[in-house]
Design a protein around this ligand. Structure first.
Ligand code: WT7
Length: 673
């Protein structure tokens, strides 16, 4: 019978005998019902145009049927979505209970236990390790039991500071199994950056390795964790796995992970989790100094990553999927771990660098592992295309079917080199646009109508359910084609972020207030005359160095810590391999003497220690003053024009407090050149 909620009691008709729950729901649209099982298997055969139309006109039917048929539920959901952008409310698959690790592991361990889940492409070529679905499930359960025996419970936050490895994947999935919330921190971040994230998330434990190995070099991870944890009172345990033979001195909080796991059972019952319980936090940069802990939840994220993984890359059952991203970034979460594993794929874990031991590394790996989809970044491609094509051509790339790019706008040279040299002109190349906040790919050339074109260096088409909108300078919606504006998305989709950890108001302010009721991406875009989207880059004070997002304010905060530095301004300037690099304008105190070399060296160290090496400005210019508005805001736009030598077109300078400062900076810059 029907549950006796107030709603049911108030409406007499619900008690009408003879109507089943399904019929009752149809009569009352306030209680939408998920589509019956089997619907997706019919729908997904529709031509792409019809499927896309359905995804935006009837999202409940589209996503509801996909969720019913593609995921294994512990309790069915009763409502597909309950969302309201203006209040930042985003709920998908309401009432459902699910466990992500079951969908990524148990389902496949039942159907094909000996299929390889992970190929760990270790730093030294030819030493790869294969892990089957059965083995990964067992390892995950042992790790989950180890966490449980150390009182890690549902809802607790666990930091993972590890390089790409099966144990890092098992750590993520073990958290998912018991309902703990993982927060991966890229293993290149400094101890201070790690500490800031642990403190913000109030993590109870850290999982790490003794050392990392990358490009033939050792990275001392455990000592970085020790330095970080000194200022983190919330940490109760540090789980240490051994990536190398090198022993580590074990302190009071340390737990030898591999040893513990061998003592625990290889079976662990999965925790039934609410669709909207948090799955993970991932910190990313915004336009203020404080990084934001982006919150992703269970069912919607899993459905969205698995569907984009399948459709955008043309993934087919049994393919070997090669995404070379680090698991510390969102690309690693969505397209190394969750999307591919949910689809039962064999996913490659790439531990090395594109040039180790030589610039043929990727293509030698493609040949050896028979990779079908290869997903990389423009920055790596720009680095590789500088070498002779023989580094590519000497390896057999006939296994490749789809090529992908992500992280920043891909330039034509890199696109064509990837497409024609690597892909021999026969593999579709998809430029995929998305963000940590979007959870998965939102704009990409695939899926497409049969025979539809892929235009070079363009993300092109919205994925199912994505409705891009371009906004003009006055906040008006730009209709028609051949227009450029701020890229927004008008309707919720299942993979999108749900909040900023501990600060829901900041989430609302950053994403839904700028253009009221729309999700604002922070990027600008152009809609071509054919209606395709081209991303033009960030519109805020965020820069993109080698595909890594950095807030200029974060770098400024680090520089400003120096006692001789009252004020700085950082901008991003173009770089032919890294895409962008930081350029710092520094004001020094008057009494520091004429030679700033030592101070600048100190400043480089400060940024490396507080953030990470790639955040260190490539250029410094010592100036007397910075251009400011009358209300005291630094006008970085003008600094950009100084460096790009376009000061004859300064734009609107009416708000500039003292226009002479521009001339002063131009002169200093010209002298330095
Ligand atoms: C920002 C998001 C998405 C995973 C990696 C980065 C830029 C990303 C593209 C692309 C042009 C792109 C945007 C976006 N970006 N992909 N294909 N074309 N720009 O994730 O660190 O959250 O950065 O990266 O500016 O806003 P992220």
């Amino acid at each position: 019978m029907f549950p006796k909620t107030n709603l049911y009691r108030k409406r007499k008709l619900y008690r009408t005998p003879g109507l089943c729950e399904q019929q009752l729901r149809c009569r009352f649209s306030s209680l939408p019902s998920p589509p019956p099982p089997g619907t997706w298997s019919q729908l997904h055969r529709l031509p792409h145009r019809d499927l896309y139309r359905l995804s935006v006109t009837d999202p409940d039917r589209f996503w509801g049927s996909a969720a019913v048929d593609r995921l294994r539920w512990m309790r069915p959901f009763h409502q597909v979505r309950d969302c309201d952008f203006s209040s930042g409310k985003i709920n998908w698959f309401v009432g459902g209970k699910i466990n992500v690790s079951v969908n990524c592991l148990d389902v496949h361990a039942e159907n094909h236990p000996d299929r390889v889940a992970l190929i760990w492409e270790r730093d030294e070529p030819g030493t790869e390790v294969k892990v089957t679905y059965r083995e990964l499930l067992e390892t995950t359960c042992r790790l989950a039991n180890t966490l449980k025996s150390h009182e890690i419970k549902k809802g607790d936050r666990v930091a993972i500071y590890m390089p790409v490895s099966p144990i890092a994947v098992a750590a993520m999935l073990a958290c998912a199994r018991i309902g703990a919330v993982h927060t991966m921190v890229f293993a290149g971040f400094s101890s201070e950056a790690l500490a800031a994230k642990i403190q913000d998330a109030q993590c109870k434990a850290v999982i790490t390795c003794n050392q990392g190995v990358r490009g033939g070099r050792l990275i001392h991870l455990k000592s970085t964790v020790d330095a970080a944890v000194r200022s983190c009172t919330s940490i109760q345990h540090i789980f240490v796995s051994q990536r190398t033979e090198q022993p580590v001195v074990m302190g009071e909080l340390d737990v030898p992970l591999d040893e513990m796991m061998s003592q625990h059972a290889s079976v662990c019952p999965p925790e039934p989790l609410d669709s909207e319980d948090s799955l993970f936090l991932l910190y990313t940069s915004g336009s203020t100094g404080k990084p934001k802990g982006i919150v992703h939840t269970q069912a919607g994220y899993l459905l969205y990553t698995s569907m984009t993984h399948q459709y955008v890359f043309d993934y087919r059952d049994g393919d070997v999927f090669g995404c070379v991203a680090d698991v510390g970034w969102i690309t690693g979460h969505s397209y190394v771990v969750y999307g591919p594993l949910c689809n039962g794929a064999t996913t490659v874990l790439f531990e090395s660098t594109p040039v180790y031991p030589d610039p043929g590394r990727y293509w030698e790996m493609v040949e050896r592992l028979r990779i079908n989809q290869f997903y990389s970044t423009p920055t790596a491609l720009r680095l590789l295309l500088k070498y002779d094509d023989c580094w590519v051509k000497k390896y057999d790339r006939s296994s490749l079917r789809t090529l992908g790019s992500v992280g920043e706008p891909i330039n034509h040279e890199a696109w064509h080199w990837f497409h024609s040299v690597v892909g021999e002109g026969r593999c579709p190349l998809v430029d995929t646009w998305w963000q940590t906040e979007t959870g998965g790919i939102c704009i990409a050339p695939h899926p497409l109508e049969e025979g539809a074109p892929i235009i070079p260096a363009m993300a092109m088409r919205p994925f199912f359910g994505i409705q891009p909108v371009l906004m003009g300078e006055k906040g008006e919606t730009l209709t028609g084609d051949s227009v450029s504006g701020a890229l927004c998305i008008s309707q919720p989709w299942p993979g999108m972020a749900r909040s900023i950890y501990g600060d829901h108001q900041r989430f609302i302010d950053a994403y839904f207030k700028v253009y009221h009721g729309y999700y604002f991406t922070g990027d600008g875009a152009h809609r071509s005359e054919d209606g395709y989207y081209q991303i033009t880059g960030r519109m805020d004070d965020v820069i993109n160095v080698s595909g890594h997002r950095l807030g200029t304010a974060e770098i400024e905060d680090a520089l400003d810590e120096h006692p001789a530095v009252p004020e700085t301004a950082v901008i991003g300037i173009p770089h032919d391999i890294k895409g962008e690099v930081p350029f710092a304008f520094v004001v020094l105190k008057e009494d520091v003497g004429d030679d700033p070399t030592a101070i600048l060296q100190h400043l480089r160290g400060l940024v490396a220690n507080k953030i990470t090496k790639y955040a260190v400005p490539e250029h410094f210019l010592v100036v007397k003053r910075l251009p400011k508005t009358r209300s005291g805001k630094i006008m970085r736009r003008i600094l950009r024009k100084v460096v790009l030598e376009t000061t004859n077109d300064l734009g609107d300078v009416s708000t500039l407090d003292d226009p002479s400062v521009v001339k002063e900076i131009v002169e200093t810059y010209d002298l330095k050149k």
